[in-house]
Design a protein around this ligand. Structure first.
Ligand SMILES: [Zn+2]
Ligand SMILES: [Zn+2]
Length: 351
């Protein structure tokens, strides 16, 4: 067997040491298709949110709303560089972005068996506007859950509604950013006893109400309702009743003869005795018989005129008279302004 046998290339007739698909290296490089790509791609773009699809599935380009960049992305995904290309450099340029078509110029350089080769061609995108499934759900008032914001033994105040609306908005935005595309509020309806939020995603509604309950000690009841069947699966719509507690962090309550301030709410309520500074945890059930004597918003700021070992002289912020009160153990010797609750008979400094 002859080891150094030379071939001759059938295309150019020159001798070759090796043949690649029956051609010499140069002919192989010259005839190879550097970039493989379809001539045209059909894409559907949602005019409302820039989600797009090339097949059946809608793709939501996270945070990318520039159609030019989306098109380049799609083009990139649809081109395939030949595996024998070394050090390929590909540039894609949008030309003529119209309403229904867009041309992407493809230019590529690479080395194939030491031969520099260049590729130039174009890719045409046929663009169709179509409202995506998420936007059509939103437009159609789609919802999987309702969060009913109510008050525990009271009708929520405007401030409470505002505070919790903001909380719900922020949480839903976060969940949406994490990829739950139906995490949106379809509509809000003001009711006599609170506000109803219609939520596109049941998963989001559950997360939001659980988080608020853990943080604020709201009570939460969940009632799923069978609303239909789809593809053999039962479809439920869940109502989450979220009740804002009457007592909030900072409120002052009376328990027997003690005046306590709530310092933490949750499953139980933690309080501090404003006279002796002792802490006490009270269960929700025991809270039912407790009297609220001042709300957190009633607190005023008072100037501490002087501070003795056991007493404080404070300036009443309303009458501007000086009063001497017993110094609570949680107040240090600093003569700083303090939050004060002025109750009927005596004044309490809070923490
Ligand atoms: Zn050849
Ligand atoms: Zn859309």
């Amino acid at each position: 067997m002859q080891m150094n046998r030379e071939f001759s290339c059938p295309r150019c007739g020159r001798p070759a040491k090796e043949l690649h698909q029956s051609l010499c290296e140069k002919c192989y490089a010259e005839t190879l298709t550097l970039i493989e790509h379809p001539r045209t791609i059909k894409i559907n773009v949602c005019p409302a949110c820039t989600a797009y699809r090339t097949g059946k599935k809608w793709i939501n380009p996270e945070k990318e709303t520039d159609l030019n960049k989306i098109i380049i992305n799609i083009a990139e995904k649809n081109i395939k560089i030949h595996e024998d290309a070394e050090d390929p450099k590909v540039t894609l340029k949008i030309e003529n972005l119209g309403n229904t078509t867009c041309t992407v110029q493809i230019h590529a350089d690479a080395t194939v068996y030491n031969n520099q080769i260049t590729y130039n061609d174009e890719l045409v995108l046929r663009i169709q506007r179509e409202t995506c499934n998420i936007c059509s759900r939103l437009a159609g008032g789609y919802y999987e859950a309702i969060i009913q914001l109510r008050g525990e033994n009271h009708i929520p105040t405007d401030e409470e509604i505002e505070e919790y609306t903001e909380k719900i908005d922020k949480l839903i935005e976060k969940i949406h950013e994490k990829g739950d595309s139906t995490a949106f509020i379809t509509k809000t309806i003001k009711r006599k006893r609170g506000t109803d939020f219609y939520i596109g995603s049941n998963h989001a509604a559950r997360q939001i109400t659980q988080k608020i309950t853990a943080e604020d000690g709201t009570t939460l009841t969940r009632s799923p309702k069978l609303v239909g069947r789809k593809d053999g699966k039962e479809i439920y719509r869940t109502t989450y009743a979220l009740r804002i507690p009457e007592l909030k962090k900072g409120d002052i309550i009376k328990e027997q003869k003690n005046t306590l301030q709530i310092i933490k709410t949750g499953k139980t309520v933690t309080t501090i005795n404003l006279r002796d500074g002792t802490k006490k945890t009270i269960s929700k059930r025991d809270m039912e018989n407790i009297k609220k004597v001042a709300a957190v918003k009633d607190a005023k700021t008072a100037i501490v005129v002087s501070s003795e070992k056991n007493t404080l002289q404070i300036l009443d912020p309303e009458t501007h008279k000086t009063h001497t009160i017993k110094k609570p153990p949680f107040v240090s010797n600093n003569e700083k302004p303090q939050k004060i609750y002025k109750l009927r008979k005596f004044r309490h400094l809070s923490i």
